[in-house]
Design a protein around this ligand. Structure first.
Ligand code: GLA
Length: 481
C-alpha cells in the first residue's frame, strides 16, 4: 500500500537541474506515471536521450529506479517538488530538487533542414590509425585544463609520444555556453583553449576536442546544432586538430536516416575551416557508419556502444569486429572505442589481449588511463613498439578471424613487406594449448621467421606448425615473415 501511495505521489513531468564542478547546470527531465501502484516512465538524462524507467522498487520512503547508462535514481515527493538523488556511474551521488513542468517544456528543438548528400573529398589525414589519449574513460567530468596539461607531460615523459601517441583529446564536459554572437565558449575548467593548444603543440602533440550534432552532448553540455560552421571555425581558431562528434541528443531531433547528412554537415564545415582536423564520428554503429562515414568526411567511426573497463565488455566488442575489416583503410578507420588499458578493471594479461586485438584491428589507439600514475606494466603494454607497428602498418589492412575452435581464436593481419601478424587468443577460463598449422593463416609453406611480440623473442620455425600455450584470457602474438 505504502509503495502504491509513494508511486502515485511521483506522477508528473519533472525538471531536475543539478550543479557540476564546471559551473554548468545539467538539466534532466523525469516523466513519471505512478498508476496502479507501480512506477513507469521515461527519463531524459541530461536531455540527451530518452530512456524507460527500469526496476522500480521502494526503499523506505524513497522510490528507487534505474535507467540505461547505469544511472540510478532515488526519489520522494516533498510538498510540490521531488527530492532526487542520482548516481551516474562516475561520481558520488548528486542531490537536487525537481520541479513540475509541462509537456511543452520537454520538446527538443525542431529539426533544421539537412544538406543534400554528396561525397566529400578526403582530407588526407589519419593515413595510419590515429594514436593518442582521451580524457573520458578515466576522468569523465573531472577533466580540466591542468589534467590535460599533466597528461601531455606524462605522454612525453613516459615514452608514449616517442612510441607514436600524438592526439591529446578532451572529451565531454569542457563546454560552457555561447557568447552573444553565438560563439561557443569553454566552461571554467578550461580558461584558455588557445594557450592549451599552444602548450600541446610546443610539445609536438595535437589537441582534440568533442562536440555533438545535437543541442546538448551526452553529458548535457552545449552541442553544435545550428552552429556547425561557426563551431568548426572556433575549433580551427583555437588550434584544434581532432574533433569527436557524438550523436547524443541529435537522436531526439533527427530520425536515424539523417545521420549521414548531419555528419556530412560538420565534415564539410571542418574542411572549410582551413585547418587540418581529423573527424571522428561517434554514433555507436547505429546506422552502419562504415558504409558512409568516409563520404561524410570522417576519418574514423565508432562501430559499437561504449566500452567499459571489464573483460566482458572488451571481449564482446573486440572479437565482434572481424566482418567490418573491408571498410578500414588509410584515412578511414573502424573505431571499436578507446582503450581501457591501465584503468584497473582487467588483469595485465587481459589488457595485453585488449591491446593486441585493437592493434590487429588497425583500430585507433586512444589510451584512456591516468598516464601520470600508470604502472610499469601498463607502460610496457602501451609502449610496446613491436605491437604498435602492427596497428600502424602502412598498408592499413584490418585483421580478421581466420579460425575459431572452442575458446581459441586465431586472428591475422596482413602487413607490408609480405609480413603477417598472428594472434592466438584464448577466450576461455583455462590455459589452452594450440598448434598453429601454417595453412590456418593462409601459408602454403612455413615462414622464414616467427617472432613473439610480447616476449620479444624469435621462435624456432617448425615445418609442421607452432605449438603455443596461452593463458586464460591471454594472447600469443606473433609476427611472421
Ligand atoms: C558517449 C560516448 C563516449 C563519451 C560520452 C561523453 O557515451 O560514446 O565515448 O564521449 O558520450 O558524454
Amino acid at each position: 500500500m505504502r509503495s502504491a501511495a509513494a508511486a502515485a505521489g511521483l506522477d508528473g513531468i519533472w525538471q531536475l537541474d543539478l550543479p557540476t564542478n564546471s559551473g554548468v547546470e545539467l538539466r534532466s527531465f523525469l516523466v513519471l506515471h505512478g498508476v496502479g501502484g507501480s512506477l513507469t516512465g521515461t527519463i531524459y538524462p541530461n536531455r540527451a536521450a530518452s530512456m524507460p524507467v527500469l526496476h522500480p522498487r521502494q526503499e523506505g520512503q524513497e522510490t528507487v529506479f534505474a535507467i540505461g547508462w547505469d544511472w540510478t535514481f532515488w526519489v520522494h515527493r516533498s510538498g510540490d517538488h521531488l527530492e532526487v538523488a542520482m548516481r551516474d556511474g562516475f561520481e558520488s551521488p548528486k542531490r537536487g530538487v525537481a520541479i513540475q513542468i509541462t509537456e511543452a517544456d520537454l520538446a527538443p528543438p525542431a529539426p533544421p533542414p539537412v544538406p543534400v548528400l554528396r561525397v566529400l573529398p578526403s582530407n588526407g589525414l589519419a593515413m595510419t590509425p590515429p594514436m593518442g589519449w582521451n580524457s573520458w574513460n578515466h576522468f569523465a567530468e573531472r577533466v580540466d585544463d591542468s589534467t590535460v596539461r599533466a597528461a601531455a607531460d606524462a605522454i612525453v615523459a613516459s615514452g608514449m609520444a616517442a612510441a607514436g601517441y600524438r592526439y591529446v583529446n578532451i572529451d565531454d564536459t569542457w563546454e560552457g555556453g555561447r557568447d552573444p554572437e553565438g560563439r561557443l565558449l569553454p566552461n571554467r575548467k578550461f580558461p584558455d583553449m588557445v594557450a592549451l593548444a599552444n602548450y600541446l603543440h610546443h610539445k609536438g602533440l595535437k589537441l582534440g576536442i568533442y562536440s555533438s550534432p545535437g543541442f546538448v552532448t551526452c553529458g548535457g553540455y552545449e552541442g553544435s546544432l545550428g552552429h556547425e560552421e561557426q563551431d568548426a571555425r572556433t575549433f580551427a581558431d583555437w588550434g584544434v586538430d581532432f574533433l569527436k562528434y557524438d550523436w547524443c541528443s541529435a537522436g531526439r531531433v533527427f530520425a536515424d536516416e539523417a545521420l549521414h547528412p548531419v555528419y556530412q554537415k560538420m565534415g564539410a564545415a571542418l574542411q572549410k575551416s582551413g585547418r587540418a582536423i581529423v573527424f571522428s564520428l561517434c554514433e555507436y554503429g547505429v546506422l552502419a557508419p562504415w558504409k558512409w562515414g568516409a563520404q561524410a568526411g570522417g576519418n574514423l567511426w565508432r562501430t559499437t556502444g561504449d566500452i567499459h573497463d571489464n573483460w566482458k565488455s572488451m571481449e564482446e566488442i573486440g572479437f565482434a569486429q572481424s566482418d567490418l575489416a573491408k571498410y578500414a583503410g588509410p584515412g578511414h578507420w573502424n573505431d571499436p572505442d578507446m582503450l581501457e588499458v591501465g584503468n584497473g578493471g582487467m588483469t595485465a594479461t587481459e589488457y595485453r589481449t585488449h591491446f593486441s586485438l585493437w592493434c590487429l584491428l588497425a583500430a585507433p589507439l586512444m589510451a584512456g588511463n591516468d598516464i601520470r600514475a600508470m604502472t610499469y606494466e601498463t607502460r610496457m603494454i602501451l609502449t610496446n613498439r613491436e605491437v604498435i607497428a602492427l596497428d600502424q602498418d602502412p598498408l592499413g589492412i584490418q585483421g580478421t578471424r581466420c579460425f575459431a575452435k572452442g575458446s581459441v581464436e586465431v586472428w591475422s593481419k596482413r602487413l607490408g613487406g609480405n609480413g603477417q601478424a598472428v594472434g592466438i587468443f584464448n577466450r576461455g577460463d583455462r590455459e589452452a594449448d594450440w598448434t598453429l598449422q601454417w595453412s590456418q593463416v593462409g601459408l602454403t609453406a612455413p615462414p622464414a621467421t616467427v617472432r613473439d611480440l610480447w616476449t620479444h623473442r624469435d621462435l624456432d620455425v617448425v615445418a609442421s606448425g607452432l605449438t603455443v600455450t596461452t593463458p586464460s584470457h591471454g594472447v600469443t602474438l606473433l609476427r611472421i615473415n
